[in-house]
Structure formats: structure tokens, C-alpha cells
Design a protein around this ligand. Sequence first.
Ligand SMILES: Nc1ncnc2c1ncn2[C@@H]1O[C@H](COP(=O)(O)OP(=O)(O)OP(=O)(O)O)[C@@H](O)[C@H]1O
Length: 273
Amino acid sequence: MSLLSVSDLSILLKSGEGQPIVDRISFALEPGQRLGLIGESGSGKSLTTLAVTGLLPPGLRATGSVLLDGTQVIGARDRTLDRVRGHAAAVVFQEPSTALDPLMRLGKQIAEPLRRHRGLRGAALRSAVAAALDEVALPTRVAGAYPHEVSGGQRQRAAIAMALACRPKLLIADEPTTALDVTVQAEVLALLDRLAAAHDMALLFVSHDLAVIGKVTDEVLVLSQGRAVRTGPLAEVLSNPGDDYTRSLVASARRLDAALDLTPEVSDDSRGA
Ligand SMILES: Nc1ncnc2c1ncn2[C@@H]1O[C@H](COP(=O)(O)OP(=O)(O)OP(=O)(O)O)[C@@H](O)[C@H]1O
């Protein structure tokens, strides 16, 4: 059975007005598999990932089927969704502050899911927090800092540590590097790549940028105006873009790749960037 199986997913306004925002898209992810969701701003990428975890905003509803680790997410009760979130799937957002409480020290925030879902307490909890920080290449002292006291890159690393605390089978990363400086972007991409491989985690990676997607995954699904217009191996999409929309994405990715050097290597001196 697939880890994630999305069939004919549509997202509509609850009021019933207008066209579907996301229109009958289907895709599946096997354990450990990676997929890049790409498309222009407003094409429905974020709403698709929110529907996968049952987090759609109140005015919207989903139809179709989203089977996540054997649980039907569409129409599920909050208690059921609480169980799948964190353990089956966790999300890293574009803006790390979305996941972080500005008034709580980072160590305490990383400890929270470890305590709640893995039942850790005392010395075992402290050492798990230290290990979680080390895994995302943050120094232990960051545990005592508030989110505003660390850099944007460090905040995103802390948010990644929180997302990984319950060892999710699927990590959803929604434009996780867009808010970061280019050099920090490359480090965070390399980190996600390394962690997904180390934990055999599936990855659903959202970006409007093919050059960024290409650093972490070989498979893509191209969304345009809520519809899946292309799916397949990235290399095939690049060499044979097909429709006009995908062709323009490929052309802009080539321009970007020429302009940026996104070498995804984390060196020892960049720890904690
Ligand atoms: N709560 C909402 N109510 C009504 N429409 C919404 C809501 N949230 C998003 N939309 C609309 O749905 C469409 C898809 O939004 P979505 O955030 O999924 O796009 P996206 O591809 O992730 O874009 P971006 O790259 O800019 O984040 C957009 O036109 C957006 O305006």
C-alpha cells in the first residue's frame, strides 16, 4: 500500500461559488519516495499539501480521497488527524515562524512533540532535544534561545527539528527555503536531502522553482491553475517539457540555474548558519 495516495482531490469554496481551486488531482508516494510539486503562485500547491494533512482553512472543503498511511484524511475527525499528524506526516512551512511560538525557548518547543508523542521525560528528554538539535546542525546552546534571538536559517533548522521529532514517514516541505538567503537556502536543502535519506522519509516538496526542486527530488508533478498538467521524472520534464506552461517553467529554471550557484553541500564551518 502507498504511504500517500491522493485520488481525484478537488478543493472548493464551502459556499459552492466558482470553479474548483484544485481540480481532480491524483498522485501517490511510496515509503521513502520523493515528489516535487511545482507551479506558479496561486496554482494550488499549498492548498494541496494542507488537504493532505487535513489542515484546509475553514472556508474550503476537499472532495476525493487522501489516504495517508492507511487513514482517510478527507472528512476525518480531529482526533484521527492528530494521530496521523506528526507520526505519519509533518510539515515544514516557508516561514519558520508559522511553526514556532515566539514566546517559548526553542529547546522547549522541540521537547514538546518528543514528550507528547514519544513519552520522553527528564534526562532522556534533554538528551533527545540535544540529539534533535545536533541532527539539524544546530549547537546545543540554541535550546536556550527564543526564536527572535537566532538567524532565519537557524529558525528553519529548529522548525525542521520539531517536524522530525516524531520520526514522520512523510515530510511535507512547502517552499522551506524561499524566505532564506541564497547560501543558507543551499544548506537547508542539503540538510533536508540528507535527513530524508538518513530516515528513509518520503518527501513532498513544494516549490515554484524547478532549480530548487532538482536539488532534492527526481520526480515532479506540475500544477497549473489547480490542474496537474505534467507528471514524471524531472530529467524527462526538463528534456521534453511538452505543454507551454511547463516549457516556460523549464526556461526560467535554466535562467536561474545559470544565475545562482546552489551547490547543496553543508560544510563543517556552515553549521548553525
Ligand atoms: N482560504 C482561502 N479561501 C479562498 N481561496 C483561497 C484560500 N487560500 C488560498 N486560496 C486561493 O487558492 C488558490 C491556490 O492557493 P495556494 O496557496 O494553494 O497557491 P500556491 O500554488 O501555493 O501559491 P504560492 O506559491 O503563491 O504559495 C489561490 O488563488 C488562492 O488565492
